[in-house]
Design a protein. Structure first.
Length: 218
């Protein structure tokens, strides 16, 4: 396959961003930190360690990140059996696969969480590869997750499109040299996605699928 469609997962294909907000907020609360939910929301899409650093700043206890991450994972795991696919997410991946795209997931999720997300999407036959948090040293907004996703399918950046819902996705894709497409279903404003590198923005997977012929994924 000579072209790749790289997809973020949380907030892009599965409607989980606000579940992450609540469970991170609760993890911080249990540890004695008062972090506003709007601040947590803006940080979703970062890897766990980077999210904690972003929200708690330089004065944080360096060893606390692992404890907070473990608490978040335990709280979020309660939803694994009912994570909601965004409408037409699986259909979009299947359509692109049928059109000859190598579909790759690039996500900070791993292990049981990633398995639960893939069950929600229900399009495993369309997914050529997955670049997870376990595969890279630096998460988004570093370009490494996108670069690794492309290495897995042997596609060059100029033949690739990244679809994501956060500024971290857009920055990672821009640094990797791929075309970036934003979606609004993760709750980040259009202007922020465009400023971070989105060439075009759609409401959600359903909108992108309906507009495929006129999109960078045509």
């Amino acid at each position: 396959m000579e072209r790749a469609a790289v997809f973020d997962v949380d907030g892009t294909l599965v409607d989980t961003n606000h579940l992450h907000v609540v469970t991170w907020w609760e993890a911080f609360r249990q540890a004695g930190h008062r972090v506003p939910m709007h601040a947590v929301h803006r940080a979703i899409g970062l890897g766990s360690s980077d999210l904690v650093a972003h929200l708690l700043g330089d004065d944080r206890d360096e060893g606390e990140a692992d404890e907070l991450s473990a608490a978040h994972k335990a709280l979020y795991a309660q939803y694994f059996d009912r994570l909601p696919e965004l409408k037409d997410a699986g259909a979009l991946l299947k359509r692109l696969h049928g059109d000859g795209w190598a579909v790759v997931l690039a996500t900070s999720a791993s292990g049981a969480e990633l398995s639960a997300l893939r069950r929600a999407i229900d399009a495993d036959e369309a997914i050529a590869a997955t670049a997870s948090a376990d595969d890279v040293e630096e998460g988004k907004p570093a370009p490494e997750p996108v670069e690794h996703a492309l290495e897995l399918v042997g596609v060059s950046p100029e033949r690739a499109v990244l679809v994501g819902d956060t500024v971290w996705d857009m920055r990672a894709g821009s640094k990797a040299g791929v075309t970036c497409v934003g979606v609004l279903c993760g709750g980040i404003p259009r202007a922020d996605l465009e400023e971070a590198g989105a060439q075009t923005v759609y409401a959600d997977p359903e909108h992108l699928l309906a507009s495929l012929a006129d999109s960078p994924l045509a």
